[in-house]
Write a protein that binds this ligand. Structure first.
Ligand SMILES: NC(=O)c1ccc[n+]([C@@H]2O[C@H](COP(=O)([O-])OP(=O)(O)OC[C@H]3O[C@@H](n4cnc5c(N)ncnc54)[C@H](OP(=O)(O)O)[C@@H]3O)[C@@H](O)[C@H]2O)c1
Length: 348
């Protein structure tokens, strides 16, 4: 059985490791921790072996550690790097490349410039096959993954009728679990957000996509406000909602008043980590005006990239066909049930 190690056990690493642990096709060797805190025992209680850097072994004497990260990597086919932004590149150079291990990186890294971790930014809907022969691949960030899920079906359905996309990303300040991270009472403006360039790495560098971003004091998801201009009259909102209703990983909601309503419902349904693992079109906010379609959708910041990592891992480890990988992930994450429950609950 193929063996996977998850380096980092924060918002993303804890989720990915849970799903790999539930996957009968893959063996989870363990997870990497860097600070001797409560999350070490949390991981152990959840049935995972915890490994720490060789240089920090002494700091973890109070915990039941299984060994060093360096030794765990010696026995592994692929590592999911879930480290804080920028550390993935360092880990690639210091650990993964010297040990010749396949690696998946997260959205805080880059595919551009000197510190790029890969030449491929993955989005399963767009470029699954390109990952089949790669050793190092970056999974797009939550915002980049969400935009890809919207833009690709539009491109497929309307191609030359599309004139431009203007997107405002309203980004969450912190994740639900990051209770030590205070929400600051301001609306922060982000200069030159990376998200547009990241999307263009698979959408085409000259694509007419214009992205700006602000950060607001909430933990309850991102919200994207998107205006799509067409060469002629824009499609009706009904047509657009039908297009997205037929897409995987997108729920079309009619009555959610805010992003917290969606998370709260996910919690009542006992979805893992309160995640929906998808984006949600807020259909009550859609408008078609002359040549312009206006839509809003919320993006489950922590959950959306987890099934994507799982699909990507299958491409790299098993060279599965897209359909095989996609169906395995869909079943493991109960994607259809989640979508149905959300759409029924928030129906008009
Ligand atoms: N949070 C999100 O919503 C989200 C969504 C999509 C993508 N991402 C991306 O996913 C990555 C991880 O983000 P996160 O939110 O999960 O961060 P996080 O919650 O801060 O967790 C980071 C984890 O990495 C560990 N770590 C520290 N130094 C490390 C190193 N040198 N190598 C490996 N692991 C190390 C930390 O260990 P200790 O706690 O033990 O110190 C912690 O467990 C980033 O690239 C981020 O941009 C995040």
């Amino acid at each position: 059985m193929k063996k996977v190690f998850v380096n980092g056990y924060g918002s993303i690493g804890s989720r990915i490791s849970k799903f790999i642990n539930d996957d009968p096709e893959i063996e989870l060797i363990g997870v990497g921790k860097y600070s001797p805190d409560d999350k070490v025992n949390d991981a152990i209680t959840n049935g995972m072996s915890v490994y720490v850097p060789n240089s920090k072994l002494d700091n973890f004497s109070a915990f039941k550690i299984s060994g060093s990260i360096e030794s765990a990597l010696d026995d592994c086919d692929l590592v999911i790097d879930a480290s804080p932004e920028g550390n993935g590149y360092k880990n690639k150079k210091n650990l993964y490349e010297p040990k010749n291990i396949m690696a998946v990186y997260q959205g805080g890294e880059s595919v551009i410039g000197e510190k790029s971790v890969s030449d491929l930014l993955f989005n399963s809907r767009v470029n699954y096959d390109s990952a089949l022969d790669k050793t190092h691949v970056m999974q797009g960030s939550c915002n980049v993954t969400g935009m890809g899920k919207i833009l690709e079906p539009l491109r497929k359905a309307y191609s030359s009728k599309l004139l431009r996309f203007d997107v405002t990303l309203v980004r969450r300040w912190a994740d639900l679990e990051q209770t030590d991270k205070e929400l600051v009472d301001t609306i922060e403006m982000t200069q030159s957000p990376h998200h547009g360039e990241d999307v263009k790495s698979y959408f085409g560098k000259d694509s007419p996509l214009f992205v700006r971003a602000i950060k607001v004091p909430t933990r309850q998801m991102h919200l994207h406000i998107m205006d799509i201009r067409f060469t002629d009259t824009a499609p009706s909102t009904n047509e657009i909602h039908t297009l997205f209703k037929n897409e995987n990983g997108i729920a079309v909601l009619q009555t959610a008043k805010g992003t917290k309503d969606v998370r709260d419902f996910a919690n009542t349904m006992k979805f893992s980590f309160k995640d929906t693992n998808m984006i949600h079109i807020h259909a009550n906010m859609s408008k078609s005006i002359n040549d312009t379609l206006q839509i809003m959708y919320s993006d489950d910041q922590t959950g959306i990239v987890i099934p994507e990592n799982h699909i990507l891992m299958q491409a790299m480890l098993f060279k599965k066909s897209y359909n095989d990988a996609f169906n395995h992930t869909k079943n493991l994450f109960h994607m259809d049930e989640k979508k149905q429950a959300l759409e029924e609950h928030f129906s008009s």
